[in-house]
Design a protein around this ligand. Structure first.
Ligand code: IVH
Length: 694
């Protein structure tokens, strides 16, 4: 979706817009933080371009439309070949129009396209002499850039030595991955600095900083390889003739990092339609990438086509940036709410001045935990960079520190549980009410009664509130000892509802261990982890006898999670005993406990590696199920997958063996297509697992 261009009404507004864009652009290229986010900048420049098209005689010399990089700082190292910018398109129609214009110019359709991610970092030229990295130069104004060779050795993927002693110039993007950004801000704030607003800023600021007491790593992705004046003439001739895709393969051979090997590696495509399909795939993968992209770069792949198309002064005519909607906007942090969840976790949530990001209005964003707020040095009233991509929960990336007025207030952390007033356990990163899951008993019981847990029909939130308020239920186990008289004493509870609820509670007592575990809400174990734990240990007794080491034998439980699960089960012991005494089932049908002696895992493993049509396969379900599977909830689909020997997962990756794609499947289907994962329909899947349908 394209956001509209800024509307410029007269020459004065035009001059002001140019000034604003130049300032924003300078900040963008020098690591400062602009008051404009990318989207606002794009709209401004498109507004400027529209006005200039109507008033060509009034175009100002420093307009960002005419420059390689509008307003960029000039450096002192001339580029061997200008570092050009890229023209943008924002829709499939604009892209198709661009391919047609290139075809007209070169006299035939583009032979082959290369499609690669547009990495959201800073352009860099890396000069290698006889295989050794000698100089790093920023893009600057495109004709000359700044020498940032001091960063040599801190940029992963940019080897200090190539695998061959060649003299070449490598071009690409320097950025920070999400993990590098988090690390950089941690180190920077620990040294008393202000956090960077986003990874791009962090990379720009870090690259330009000299003489810092610390270094933080960045990452390089190559997208160009060219000969320089003293390149061996044979090599120069060879590079000049190579297709872009072959040049990139050459870069990889020399030891350089490129998008190859990531989920968005460069591909070639024969037709504009194929390009558009890949654009959709990359867009679908964007939210889960560990680095930022702001579009897709499409290039004519063959050197001959590139030569025929030529370049303008600002951008080549043989390449185009297909921009994706901005996923970041600047807005204000109005308040911080502290909400208590069903397990007693007290989670901070940012209340924002509403802001539209990629079609949705965002009013709340996660703030993770108190330590995270401190680490980011957030203050009430701050302008903050908010990030939202795909279905991922919006998050506050960091404050835009230079927009501070001095009137911002510090964020006050609660000193007692905001719900029940009990003390807070601040021993871990995530704070927790000392009253634990009893603090928000209604939430914890409603969750336990839910369809994917104990599935107690007739026990909705209203009924739970009634039971708690009447003092009939103080924990989960109390539900199972409720008497007919007690239930009849409640408002709007007639004979029929009472009998139905008692029957539902009796049925719930027989649910498999996996569901009981899930109902208990052990932190860090959702539905699928509960199923894995239950299948591994088979009985609650075996599970409770497990120490952290034994717990780690369950797939997906690592050194961090294992002790916390063990500790939480110990904390839950009285409740578990009470549930068992009330007659709640504590075993997993079909599973056998691991052989306890000598820490042997045989039994549990054997149970986990159950045979079945999906043995050894990781399966993802997406879209609406139909036919025999129509009535199954997502959780029941996952249970079915596991009964058939497979492993269910909610996200598609290279490890996924099968994706069941129903009606309306979107980004997960696209991702499966991108990764070449096998896709099947609900009907095909129902046939495959027919013996395991209940
Ligand atoms: S090609 C002559 N490929 O986007 C071709 N650029 O908006 C110019 N960028 O200056 C560059 N990913 O900093 C190219 N895969 C990619 C890119 C890419 C990011 C950046 C680069 C360029 C800017 C233009």
């Amino acid at each position: 979706m394209t956001t509209p261009a800024a509307v410029i009404v007269d020459a004065a507004a035009y001059a002001q817009a140019v000034e604003e864009a130049v300032k924003a652009s300078a900040a963008y290229y020098t690591g400062g933080t602009s008051a404009l986010d990318d989207d606002a900048y794009d709209r401004l420049v498109r507004g400027i371009a529209a006005w200039e098209a109507e008033n060509p005689e009034l175009v100002l010399p420093d307009s960002p439309t005419g420059k390689v990089a509008g307003g960029a700082v000039e450096g002192d190292v001339p580029h061997t070949v200008p570092m050009l910018s890229l023209d943008n398109v924002f829709s499939a129609e604009e892209f198709t129009a661009w391919t047609a214009s290139v075809a007209r110019r070169i006299g035939h359709e583009v032979t082959r396209f290369s499609v690669e991610p547009k990495l959201d970092g800073l352009a860099m030229a890396a000069r290698y002499r006889h295989g050794r990295l000698t100089r790093l130069i920023t893009r600057g104004d495109g004709t000359a850039g700044e020498d940032v060779s001091h960063a040599i050795g801190t940029v992963e993927g940019l080897p200090v030595r190539l695998t061959e002693p060649v003299t070449v110039e490598l071009r690409g993007e320097v950025l920070m991955t999400s993990a590098q950004f988090e690390h950089a801000n941690e180190v920077r704030t620990a040294h008393g600095g202000q956090p960077f607003a986003n990874p791009r800023n962090a990379a720009a600021g870090t690259l330009r900083a000299r003489d810092r007491a610390y270094t933080v790593p960045m990452t390089f992705f190559g997208y160009g390889l060219l000969p320089v004046a003293d390149t061996d003439s044979e090599l120069a001739a060879r590079l000049g003739e190579l297709a872009h895709s072959d040049l990139m393969a050459e870069a990889v051979r020399l030891g350089v990092n490129t998008p190859a090997g990531t989920a968005v590696s460069a591909l070639t495509a024969e037709t504009p339609e194929e390009v558009l399909a890949r654009v959709r795939e990359i867009a679908a993968l964007r939210a889960e990438l560990p680095f930022g992209i702001d579009g897709i770069v499409v290039k004519a792949d063959l050197a001959a086509d590139q030569r025929a198309a030529g370049s303008g002064s600002r951008a080549p005519r043989w390449a185009i940036a297909y921009k994706l909607p901005a996923v970041e906007k600047i807005t204000r942090l109005l308040d911080v709410e502290w909400n208590v969840g069903r397990t007693g976790i007290i989670a901070p949530r940012a209340v924002l001045e509403p802001v539209e990001i990629d079609g949705s209005v965002i009013t709340y964003a996660t703030l993770h935990n108190p330590a995270d707020i401190t680490r980011r040095d957030l203050r009430l009233g701050d302008h903050v960079m908010v990030h939202r991509a795909g279905d991922v929960i919006p998050r506050v990336e960091a404050p835009v520190a230079h927009l501070r007025t001095g009137e911002e207030q510090s964020i006050v952390f609660p000193s007692a549980c905001p719900r029940c007033g009990s003390a807070i356990d601040t021993g871990e990163q995530r704070w927790r009410c000392e009253n634990g899951r009893n603090c928000h008993l209604v939430a914890s019981l409603s969750y336990a009664a839910g369809r994917d847990q104990l599935d107690i029909e007739g026990l909705g939130a209203t009924r739970v509130v009634q039971l708690v308020e009447a003092g009939l239920v103080a924990d989960l186990a109390d539900l199972f000892t409720l008497t007919r008289e007690q239930l009849l004493s409640l408002d709007r509870m007639g004979e029929t509802s009472t009998d139905n609820l008692l029957a539902a509670l009796a049925t719930a007592k027989d649910r498999p261990l996996a569901r009981v575990l899930c109902a208990l809400g052990v932190r860090g174990t959702g539905r699928s982890m509960s199923r894995r734990i239950a299948r591994h240990f088979a009985t609650m007794d075996a599970l409770r006898a497990a120490d952290a080491e034994a717990m780690q034998r369950v797939e997906g439980i690592g050194t961090e999670k294992a002790p916390s699960i063990v500790a939480e089960l110990a904390e839950l012991a009285p409740l578990i005993d009470k549930l068992a005494a009330a007659g709640v089932n504590m075993t997993e049908p079909g599973a056998t406990p691991p052989v306890a002696a000598s820490g042997d895992t045989e039994g549990g493993q054997a149970a986990e590696e159950a045979a079945g049509p999906l043995a050894g396969m990781t399966v993802v379900v997406t879209g609406a199920m139909t036919g025999a599977l129509e009535k199954l909830s997502r959780n029941q689909m996952n249970e079915l997958i596991e009964r058939a020997g497979g492993r269910s997962s909610s996200s598609v990756s290279k490890k996924t063996a099968l994706v069941v794609a129903g009606d309306g499947a979107g980004s997960k289907r696209a991702k499966a297509e991108a990764l070449g994962v096998r896709l099947i329909t609900p009907a095909e899947f129902a046939l495959l697992v027919a013996d395991h349908l209940v």
